[in-house]
Ligand binder design. Structure first.
Ligand SMILES: *Cc1c(COP(=O)(O)O)cnc(C)c1O
Length: 363
C-alpha cells in the first residue's frame, strides 16, 4: 500500500513542547514557564482588540501598512523593509523555507532557541549546532561550522533559554567573517529588556549589509503572545522574498489593532521594563542564596542550575508543581540540570523563591 508521505525530514522533527499552563487539581497555577510578560498587555491594546469584534467579517489589511508604519516610527526604520508575521515563529519558518532546503545547513548555537532546528527540518534542511562557551554563543565556534552548504545562521540575541547576549562588536565580527551567501538572522525577541551599552538588536547591521535580518516580537515585553505577532527588519531583497511567500492575510486584524495600541503605549512598556529591572536581579540573588547558580541573563527570565544535576532539577520541578508553580524543564535544550524561570508578579516571584528554598533545604 502506498500512502501519502511527508517530505524527508518532517518525521524527524521532535514537536515543540510549549510551557505547561495547567496542573491537574490546581485551580490557579502560577505560570512562570513561557517568558510571558508578568504585567500583561497594555489596557489600550485590550481595548483595541475588543473594538475589532464588530468587523470580524472583514479581511485584515494584508500589508499591515499602519502597523508597519508605527513600528518604523517607533524604532526609526524604513517601513518598506519591515515584514510582519504570525509571531516571529512564522518569520523564522519562512526564512528557512525561502533560503534552505534539502542538502543545506542551518546553523545556530548549542543552547539556541529550539524553533531554529524545527524550522530547518521542516524545510528539509539540516540543523547544525556550534558549541557555546559559558552558556554564551561563541563567534569563532559558529564560524568554524560554516561551509559551502550553510545557508542561514540564527543568533538569538539575547538568547533563550540562557539569557546571555553577544556584544555589538562580536556580532559585527561574526557578520564580517561570514561568507556573504549566508543569511545572518538576529532574533532579538528580548531586545526591549536589555540596557547594556555594548548591546544593540542589529538594526545597523541590517541597514548596511544585504545578508542580515533582525526579527522581533510582540509576544514578550508587549504581552501579546496569544495574538501571534512578530516582525522582521530586512534588506529590501529579503523583504521582497518574504512578501512573495507569506499568506496574503498572515496577520489577523485583532493582532494588528492590538499591536498598534501596544507600541504606542510607552508608559506601559516602560513599566514592564522597570518591573523586570527590579525582579530579575532579585530572583538571581535569591537563587544564589539558596545554592543555585544562574547565567547572567538580560531577558525576562533566569536559568537556574542545580548542583546535583538533572535528578535534582527534575525533583525541584515536581516539588514546585505540587505547590502550584510551573517553570520550564530544559532537557530538550540539552540542559537537564537547569530550570528556566520567567520573571513574574511580585507575589509570584516571592512564592517561587520561598518554595525553591524549601526544596533546597530538604535533604
Ligand atoms: C519567545 C521567543 C520568540 C517569540 O516567538 P513568537 O513567535 O513571536 O511568539 C522568538 N525567539 C525567541 C528566542 C524567543 O524566546
Amino acid at each position: 500500500m502506498t500512502e501519502p508521505k511527508p517530505r524527508p525530514g518532517i518525521l524527524d522533527i521532535a514537536p515543540y513542547v510549549g510551557g505547561e499552563a495547567k496542573i491537574p487539581g490546581v485551580k490557579r497555577a502560577i505560570k512562570l514557564a513561557s517568558n510571558e510578560s508578568a504585567l500583561g498587555p497594555s489596557p489600550k491594546a485590550i481595548a483595541a482588540y475588543r473594538k475589532v469584534a464588530k468587523d470580524l467579517h472583514r479581511y485584515p489589511d494584508g500589508g499591515a501598512d499602519r502597523l508597519r508604519g508605527a513600528i518604523a516610527e517607533r524604532y526609526g526604520l524604513e517601513p518598506a523593509q519591515i515584514v510582519c508575521g504570525a509571531g516571529s515563529d512564522e518569520l523564522i519558518a519562512m526564512l528557512c523555507r525561502a533560503y534552505a532546503g534539502p542538502g543545506d545547513e542551518v546553523l545556530y548555537s548549542e543552547f539556541g532557541f529550539l524553533m531554529y532546528a524545527i524550522s530547518a527540518k521542516s524545510a528539509g534542511a539540516t540543523p547544525v549546532k556550534a558549541p557555546e562557551r559559558d552558556y554564551t554563543a561563541h563567534v569563532d565556534s559558529l564560524l568554524a561550522q560554516v561551509n559551502e552548504r550553510t545557508r542561514l545562521l540564527f543568533l538569538a540575541n539575547p538568547n533563550n533559554p540562557t539569557g546571555t547576549y553577544l556584544a555589538n562588536d562580536e556580532v559585527a565580527r561574526l557578520r564580517q567573517r561570514l561568507s556573504p551567501q549566508v543569511l545572518l538572522v538576529i532574533d532579538a525577541a528580548y531586545a526591549e529588556y536589555v540596557d547594556r551599552n555594548d548591546y544593540s538588536p542589529g538594526v545597523d547591521l541590517v541597514r548596511n549589509h544585504p545578508n542580515v535580518v533582525m526579527t522581533r516580537t510582540f509576544s514578550k515585553i508587549y504581552g501579546l503572545a496569544a495574538l501571534r505577532l512578530g516582525w522582521a527588519y530586512c534588506p529590501p531583497a529579503v523583504a521582497d522574498v518574504l512578501h512573495r511567500m507569506r499568506g496574503p492575510f498572515n496577520v489577523g486584524a485583532a493582532a494588528q489593532a492590538a499591536g498598534l495600541a501596544a507600541i504606542a503605549d510607552h508608559a506601559h512598556t516602560a513599566g514592564a521594563k522597570e518591573h523586570n529591572d527590579h525582579w530579575r536581579p532579585w530572583l538571581m540573588h535569591q537563587l544564589a542564596a539558596i545554592g543555585l547558580s544562574t547565567t547572567p541573563s538580560v531577558g525576562n527570565f533566569v536559568l537556574a542550575r542545580f548542583p546535583y544535576g538533572a535528578p535534582q532539577a527534575k525533583a525541584a520541578d515536581a516539588f514546585l508543581k505540587t505547590k502550584g508553580l510551573i517553570v520550564r524543564q530544559m532537557a530538550g535544550y540539552g540542559l537537564p540540570d537547569c530550570l528556566r524561570i520567567t520573571v513574574g508578579l511580585d507575589d509570584e516571584n516571592e512564592a517561587l523563591t520561598a518554595t525553591l528554598g524549601e526544596f533546597m533545604k530538604t535533604p
